[in-house]
Design a protein around this ligand. Structure first.
Ligand SMILES: Cc1cc2nc3c(=O)[nH]c(=O)nc-3n(C[C@H](O)[C@H](O)[C@H](O)COP(=O)(O)OP(=O)(O)OC[C@H]3O[C@@H](n4cnc5c(N)ncnc54)[C@H](O)[C@@H]3O)c2cc1C
Length: 482
């Protein structure tokens, strides 16, 4: 990613080790949510209007029950809840056997002036990649392995060390913190909902890490589900609204899982192009060097195409923020993202300033080293910040704001009072200050169009002036299924 991505989205993709991310989330939630570690799901019973879940405190083996209106199962790819409910998955079981080895090495002397975040290892003795969370210490090597030659039971610290040494290609001391085999597979649950129980994250879908789409897909799930659950709990949305969770999110998982498989296949295909899959290590290495250093235009072309073919693997903004709820298509190219203003799409981003609205804390873009101080100052608030997590927001232009305000006030009189709706006016409440996509034109604010945005930042409806209050009410009722 380069700084231009900040025209499309307020923050770049970040590389954060999962344990650190989980600690961060736990810290943020500590006064709102009780997190019980080492407590395990055993079974549940759904009584229609509530669920009783039986859990085990693994610290002392005691069992207890929890009564709740709903259960959201985020218990990972091997989800016990999914299995308990008998929900099948679609997908393919095994593409490759993979090993993740977590080490704590100082790789800076090895890499010197070529530091990176992701290092591909193209060697016959080990092929895979090293993710460097910190080049001075904290990396994982992820590689495929031949399970006939090295069955899972044969793996121990010595074998891990041989593989890591081969990957680094230099003598570097390090402890092995952990190693874990896993299967490169693609699984998407056939159902995301069973009564009052919902699957989210890897429990609903797991796919190869080739593309880095797993965690964001899970976050997207709960972003979609949370306000719908709130609607039902607070009485302004019907139980059927919860069915839209699966309708919207499952399609995203299908697309992301297929792309992740495609990326994985392309990278292994590229290894074959380089000739390094020969069983004889010396032959394979010779192949590699001969092909890389070859002046034959045909071979050069193949290698160039192989490299270019990896683009979608690493540049996949179209998948991260380009999906449109309600559309059932596989994007032609994962790298292409173009903001659009249609129902189901994410509200397009532009940088804004405001003197009257209370927004979330400002974004600190100073991590983008190419940005000058002035450019960082212009990149503090996004149009996405206009959408509070518990409010439906109508975005309109200044010249049409009086009419739209009246429409909205009238509409609210016909909708549940607990449901929050508000209007924000471009030219009064906020100004667009930095934008390469002509956000105001895209939103047709100068033509009187209003955009109604859901609490999860996706567009619910694009409304013309003549729909009046009735149009807003009808749109909300259809969405909330009331
Ligand atoms: C090698 C590798 C690299 C990856 N790289 C990326 C990447 O770069 N970017 C990205 O976005 N994603 C990546 N992913 C995917 C990402 O790690 C997952 O998508 C993400 O962790 C899923 O989060 P989750 O909370 O749904 O499940 P998990 O992180 O698996 O968490 C599930 C939790 O449920 C708990 N649990 C399990 N069973 C029970 C039970 N019976 N009762 C109670 N609790 C239970 C587990 O202990 C665990 O805490 C990668 C995955 C792998 C394997």
């Amino acid at each position: 990613m380069d700084k231009d991505v900040l025209d499309a989205t307020p923050t770049m993709i970040h590389n954060i080790p999962q344990p650190i991310f989980e600690e961060y989330i736990a810290d943020k939630l500590k006064f709102r949510v009780e997190i019980r570690k080492n407590h395990s799901f055993l079974e549940l019973e759904d009584f229609g209007d509530h669920v009783v879940t039986t859990l085990e405190d693994k610290n002392d083996g005691s069992r207890y029950r929890v009564r709740s209106k709903h259960v959201v199962a985020c218990d990972g790819a091997k989800s016990t809840v999914r299995k308990f409910l008998g929900i099948e998955s679609e997908g393919e079981n095994a593409y490759e056997m993979m090993m993740t080895i977590h080490i704590d090495a100082d790789l800076r002397p090895v890499l010197q002036d070529r530091p990176g975040m992701l290092h591909w290892v193209l060697d016959p003795s080990v092929s895979g990649f090293i993710i460097a969370y910190d080049l001075s210490g904290n990396q994982v090597l992820i590689c495929n392995f031949d399970s006939d030659r090295y069955p899972v039971s044969a793996w121990n610290e010595d074998l891990c060390r041989r593989v890591v040494d081969a990957a680094i290609g230099d003598s570097v001391p390090y402890p092995i913190l952990s190693y874990r085999p896993w299967v490169l597979s693609r699984q998407v649950a056939r159902k995301y909902r069973s009564g009052n129980v919902f699957l989210a994250g890897d429990a609903a879908h797991s796919f190869p890490p080739t593309g880095g789409l797993g965690l964001n897909s899970g976050l997207g799930d709960v972003h979609n589900l949370a306000y719908k659950l709130a609607a039902v709990h607070q009485g302004w949305g019907s139980n059927s609204l919860l069915d839209t969770y699966e309708l919207e999110r499952r399609q995203v998982a299908l697309v992301n899982s297929q792309q992740s498989v495609k990326n994985g296949k392309k990278i292994f295909g590229f290894l074959r192009t380089l000739g390094i899959t020969d069983l004889d290590v010396n032959v394979a290495r010779e192949n590699l060097w001969r092909r890389i250093n070859n002046n034959d235009p045909e071979i050069k072309k193949l290698i160039d195409e192989g490299v270019e073919g990896q683009r979608e693997h690493f540049d996949n903004l179209g998948l991260h923020i380009g999906y449109v709820y309600g559309q059932r298509i596989m994007p032609e190219n994962a790298s292409i993202f173009l903001p659009i203003v249609i129902p189901g799409a994410r509200l397009p981003h532009a940088w804004i300033t405001t003197s009257s609205l209370t927004l979330p804390p400002p974004i600190n873009s100073s991590y983008v080293t190419e940005l000058r101080k002035k450019e960082i100052e212009l990149r503090r608030f996004s149009t996405l910040d206009l959408i509070p997590v518990d409010v439906f927001t109508l975005i309109v232009g200044y010249h049409y704001s009086d009419t739209w305000s009246k429409h909205l006030e009238n509409a609210k009189g016909h909708l549940a009072s607990k449901m929050k709706m508000r209007i924000v006016v471009h030219g009064k409440d906020f100004e667009v200050i930095q934008d390469n996509y002509n956000w105001v034109d895209l939103m047709k604010l100068d033509e009187g169009q209003a955009t109604l945005v859901r609490p999860d930042q996706h567009i619910l409806a694009v409304l013309d002036m003549d729909v009046g209050a009735e149009g807003i009410v009808a749109t909300m009722r259809e969405h909330l299924v009331i």
